[in-house]
Design a protein around this ligand. Structure first.
Ligand code: MN
Length: 232
């Protein structure tokens, strides 16, 4: 064992339905603008040629059922409801077939976003880290093994805030499919078990505040739930 000056928190991990062992998380990649209606609501044009990405620290991952204290530095915290998936085997320069085989499981996630900071970053042509990668900014529900999930497409993806539906779409509206994402992203990284990929949000993103209860569902997958707490 390496002699360390101090201990870090345990490796973040995600519950897998039907298994006692959890999925440990090494990296978190997120796809931007992967639904046309969301790109339009944000004033952007979609790039159908290739997806683009940002990353979040695994240390910022929290679980369905958590309460997220209203984060510092923002007055416009937004929800983004997303399908996510995990990588189950090493893959680099993946063919379409290899990409299909590399997908281990699917789940429901929230990409929480400090929208005001993102708007500033866009205006000033600065990175998105402050707006996207903050404590508790990636919320995940339990994983469902890919073998238990049908073809991705017809499933409804929706998010309600305090029982009122805010986001409602189907996964068939994804511009870049999960396998397309693996094929593309594996040209830039040696993808491997421990890699988690959020696939982007449909239209209907909006602000949430202390006391709000978020409930996200994707047909066939475990839901993701989040309560926003007071600032701490
Ligand atoms: Mn997103």
């Amino acid at each position: 064992m390496t002699d360390l000056l101090f201990d870090l928190p345990e490796t973040p991990s995600i519950v897998v339905r039907g298994e006692t062992a959890r999925y440990p998380v090494r990296r978190v990649f997120c796809v931007g603008r992967n639904y046309e209606a969301h790109a339009t609501e944000m004033g952007n044009v979609v790039d159908r040629e290739a997806p683009f990405y940002f990353t979040k620290s695994p240390a910022h991952l929290i679980h369905s059922g958590a309460t997220l204290p209203y984060p510092p530095g923002t007055e416009n915290l937004h929800h983004e409801m997303e399908l996510f998936f995990t990588i189950g085997s090493p893959v680099h320069h993946a063919s379409k077939e290899e990409a299909v085989g590399a997908i281990h499981a699917y789940g429901a996630a929230l990409d929480m976003t400090r929208r005001d900071l993102q708007d500033t970053a866009k205006d000033k042509r600065r990175p998105w880290d402050l707006s996207k990668d903050f404590e508790g900014s990636v919320v995940v529900g339990p994983l469902t093994p890919a073998s238990d999930v049908g073809e991705i497409g017809p499933q409804r993806i929706s998010l309600a805030v305090n029982g009122e539906t805010r986001q409602d779409a189907t996964l068939s509206l994804l511009i870049h499919s999960c396998t397309d994402i693996v094929t593309h992203l594996s040209r830039f990284y040696h993808l491997a078990p421990g890699d988690v990929i959020l696939t982007g949000t449909p239209a209907g993103v909006g602000a949430v505040g202390p006391g709000d209860r978020l409930s996200g569902t994707i047909d066939g997958l475990a839901p993701v739930e989040l309560t926003i707490g007071p600032a701490d």
